[in-house]
Design a protein. Structure first.
Length: 200
């Protein structure tokens, strides 16, 4: 059984539990965001195959998840916190690379759809209680492409953008990624097609 612990910094997340007035870090919320992004980067899969693979990893009403998430009890949401992933023996999914990618994409908690909201930052990674390793966030397209292709080898670098190959527009997905210089085209902002921006 593999145990991976991420020490994270809260940049701009606002999670709530059963009490809407109480901020709370919830494992189910993290898993929900991970499930969303897993679907989004597998836009090349037919829906039936997508659902089967998703259920194998994240679980369903008929099948247990291949991993669990533990978070220490905190008072509210602290500046720094730890999130622990416990992989079952049957789990051959690269949880570490995928969580690194999800953190890069963002989308945690309330107001996550707003630019620069719903973000956390990985500080250290500890695998199976070995020494903690300082994490260096990917800062170029090649590093991001390597992360993506460790989960789904259907992306390529083309004209300074990461593009999904053979993707169908049947559901929300990651189709294009680039490093933004801070200036967004107005036409892009109004575009209805789902494209996720990473701030550089």
């Amino acid at each position: 059984m593999n145990i991976i612990v991420f020490e994270c910094e809260n940049i701009s997340i606002d999670m709530r539990g059963a009490n809407p007035n109480q901020k709370e870090l919830r494992p189910a919320s993290f898993k929900g965001v991970m499930r969303f992004w897993w679907r989004a980067i597998h836009g090349n899969l037919p829906l039936i195959k997508l659902k089967k693979q998703e259920d194998d990893i994240f679980g369903s009403t008929d099948k247990k998840s291949s991993f669990s998430i533990k978070i220490k009890k905190y008072q509210g949401i602290p500046k720094n916190f730890e999130i622990e992933f416990i992989k079952s023996p049957r789990c051959d999914f690269d949880i570490q690379s995928f969580f690194e990618l999800v953190v890069l994409l963002g989308g945690f908690g309330k107001s996550a759809k707003n630019i620069n909201q719903g973000k956390i930052k990985i500080l250290t990674i500890q695998v199976n209680k070995q020494s903690k390793i300082t994490y260096n966030e990917p800062n170029n397209l090649n590093d991001i492409l390597n992360l993506l292709n460790s989960i789904n080898q259907s992306f390529e670098l083309k004209n300074n953008e990461i593009i999904g190959r053979n993707f169908k527009f049947n559901y929300p997905m990651v189709y294009r990624i680039w490093i933004d210089n801070g200036v967004l085209n107005t036409k892009f902002k109004d575009n209805k097609i789902f494209q996720r921006k990473i701030n550089g």
